[in-house]
Design a protein around this ligand. Structure first.
Ligand SMILES: Nc1ncnc2c1ncn2[C@@H]1O[C@H](COP(=O)(O)OP(=O)(O)OP(=O)(O)O)[C@@H](O)[C@H]1O
Ligand SMILES: [Mg+2]
Length: 228
């Protein structure tokens, strides 16, 4: 489903040139539930952003669902991302002036341009699935952190992506809420065969995944299948 070959990422900030990823190759199959772990600064977010079409590698190729994404221009890439990929951020990134309902609906208007009836049915289904139907008319400042993350999950899933990338999705949540969010993502993975790739420090996520990839200094030092 995803193949990455010989990825390299160099960040240039003024005079300083930092080679964060040197030569990273990786294959991810459909429906996998994967954690990317490693020390702070090891390149987890960088890898996730490249695989998730939010940033481009300096060198190397990425293919997602048979489409080579390296070489696509920005517009094409944004379109491809909208059709195929969901992204969940540590800080939720909800739009403050929109209601819960409108936040979830937003990608359908902006990216997929679906008719209103279809939008409504998808948003309501997801609101139900993440347990936020009763809060649908509130703005994000009127709900808790865990609830915001549930809205962010619904927003990431509303376009029916085959792949969801999540960067530290539980970092801002208390233990109990983090557990609920993980269970929710597992349920979605089971029911929709969605592929999930998490960058995380959270042991609670790590103990739940099928596969654990460890990065150190931008290199994969371990790639383990977990038996459960
Ligand atoms: N936009 C950027 N410009 C310049 N350097 C960057 C940029 N983003 C990341 N870096 C550098 O690249 C390295 C890897 O960063 P990255 O954010 O991928 O690490 P990480 O594993 O996600 O860390 P953390 O666990 O703290 O989130 C770090 O040294 C960081 O300073
Ligand atoms: Mg990070």
């Amino acid at each position: 489903m995803i193949t990455a070959h010989h990825l390299k990422k160099v960040y240039q900030t003024g005079e300083i040139r930092q080679e964060v990823i040197k030569d990273l190759s990786l294959e991810i199959s459909e429906g996998e539930f994967i954690s990317l772990v490693g020390p702070s600064g090891s390149g987890k977010s960088t890898v996730l952003n490249m695989l998730g079409c939010l940033d481009t590698p300096t060198k190397g190729d990425i293919t997602i669902n048979g489409s080579p994404i390296t070489g696509m221009n920005r517009t094409k890439m944004a379109h491809f991302r909208g059709e195929n990929i969901g992204f969940i951020f540590q800080s939720f990134n909800l739009i403050p002036v929109l209601s819960v309902y409108e936040n979830i609906e937003y990608p359908l208007i902006m990216i997929q341009n679906l008719p209103e009836e279809e939008r409504k049915s998808r948003v309501l289904t997801l609101l139900e699935e993440v347990g936020m139907l009763d809060h649908k008319d509130k703005t994000p400042d009127k709900i808790s952190g865990g609830q915001m993350q549930r809205v962010a999950i619904a927003r990431a899933l509303v376009t029916n992506p085959k792949i969801v990338f999540a960067d530290e999705p539980t970092a801002n949540l208390d233990t109990k809420t983090a557990h609920m969010i993980i269970e929710l993502m597992k349920k979605i993975q089971r029911e929709h065969q969605t592929t999930f790739v998490f960058a995380t420090h959270d042991e609670k996520i790590v103990s739940n995944v099928d596969r654990l990839i460890t990065l150190v200094d931008g290199e994969i030092v371990a790639d383990q299948r977990m038996n459960k």
